[in-house]
Ligand binder design. Sequence first.
Ligand code: MG
Length: 299
Amino acid sequence: MNNNGGKLNNSGGKANNIGNKNFGDSSLDNNFNNSNLNSSLDKLKEKKLFILDMDGTFYLGNRILDGSLDFIEKLRKTGRDFLFFTNNASKTSEFYIKKLAAMGCEITAKNIATAGDVTIEFLHENYPGKSVYLVGTPLLEEEFERKGIKLIQDNPDIVVVSFDLTLTYEKLSKACTFIRNGSEFIATHMDINCPTEDGFIPDCGSICAAIITSTGVKPRYLGKPFKETIEMIERITGYKKEEMVIIGDRLYTDIATGFNNGVTSILVLTGETKMEDLEGSNIKPDYVFQSLKNIIEWL
Ligand SMILES: [Mg+2]
């Protein structure tokens, strides 16, 4: 807490401005253009790994946001690394590589990870060789099996629940029975709803809520904002958390990942969070920018 408090104070104008009703529009357009803030923003130049949320940060649905490609280009030119990280484990890294390529952003497998990947790592690390009943999409099932997790249909050691767009009553009911009989209960992420072009649809957290209500057992949640995500990123990239920045549009997942785990965070206002949401939030980003585009000059 002290560290985060300090960081906020060091960012000068920003901390003071959060909660100030005059803050919103014009100062954002100016990129917090004052001398106190500029010195603190220089710290971004020392960062080596940029962890990027996707929806609401890099693109909106299927539309890439203005400046996103330039942002990646600047990172590449200045010799920095980046990792896209999403909690949405209904798809795999392979899916997102293709989606980004269709938007003109070419990345490789080392530039992308999901909460599903964190969960697979977590299982290998903490439950080696144990059997899993997975409530997830066929894509996620394939990924679990490809990466050596033993999936079974009866009497599993562990029930893993994810954002299952193919959920049936039978799957829900089996998961509850196994948990009631003593299987461990793990969830890939805690998000309650997933935004779509037609509005919200129930995400992993909502499916877990049904199981919690039935069994009285709460899962261990992984993904953002939990420490296992940062630990996995440290392992797969080799960077220390002091060298990282996490950028996203959601306070309780993206920014909380930084705030809770000692990683510098940047909130962008292209997605879920509006400036006024910051006033009532205990979770504070280190920096706030209108969009990725506005960060480029500080890299
Ligand atoms: Mg987002």
